[in-house]
Design a protein around this ligand. Structure first.
Ligand code: NYM
Length: 212
């Protein structure tokens, strides 16, 4: 049953360390909701398809160097360039499953030593997620999972710092799922919290902006 067009979609964000399983879980969740007949889209940040996204992609591949503040602002700009489309989709009843969002922006940049309040500032006014799910895994366990790729940040010592930053960003509204459970168990827990959140949005929970 398609959602009625008068009710809005939910903004669902998945966060976690590199290799925590976010990308496979977003894919599975998308397929499940789509099969159920919900209007849903799968998004990710960085969105490497835009002009800004290509600069980010080249930075992550170590093909270009950028000042830490400059790349932070590009990640943020990459979310800003999608903001109006995001709002349009949500208002028209489409639920968005977003793989990484502002929390990644703040966690990764503050792990480099940038001031956390400075990192949060450019995110002010972006749409606030209706649900943040944190797929929890220790940096050591994540590193054991088939190893990291060659991208910047994919190193154990750095991931330990990112884990610390995420801890200071987390609040009681986040749903934390043990990412070391089986794929099926993580998927099941994820579906539960997501369906519950979609219901509250459907019932008229107002949209809000960062940082609430
Ligand atoms: N990343 C991602 C940031 O440093 N800041 C951000 O705002 C976002 C959205 O980019 N290691 C980092 C986290 C990842 C890397 O993401 C690429 P992915 O999910 O591997 O494509």
């Amino acid at each position: 049953n398609k959602e009625s067009s008068s009710s809005r979609g939910a903004l669902i964000v998945l966060e976690g360390l590199d290799r925590c399983g976010k990308t496979s879980q977003s894919g599975r969740l998308y397929k499940y909701l789509d099969d159920q007949g919900h209007s849903v889209e799968s998004w990710r940040f960085p969105d490497r398809n835009t002009g800004v996204g290509q600069m980010i992609s080249s930075y992550l591949a170590n093909k270009s160097q950028l000042d830490d503040h400059a790349i932070h602002l590009l990640f943020s700009a990459n979310r800003w360039e999608k903001r109006s489309l995001m709002e349009e989709k949500l208002k028209s009843g489409t639920t968005l499953i977003v793989d990484r969002y502002s929390y990644s922006g703040v966690a990764f940049s503050s792990a480099k030593g940038l001031d956390i309040e400075w990192c949060k500032a450019p995110e002010i006014g972006l749409l606030a997620p209706d649900l943040v799910v944190y797929l929890d895994i220790s940096p050591e366990k994540a590193a054991e999972r088939g190893g990291y790729g060659d991208e910047r940040y994919e190193q154990l010592e750095f991931q330990k710092k990112v884990a610390g930053s995420y801890l200071s960003l987390r609040d009681s509204s986040w749903k934390v799922i043990d990412a070391t459970l089986s794929i099926e168990d993580v998927e099941k827990k994820l579906r539960e919290v997501v369906l519950d959140c979609m219901m509250t949005c459907h019932k008229g929970k107002p949209m809000s902006q960062l940082w609430p």
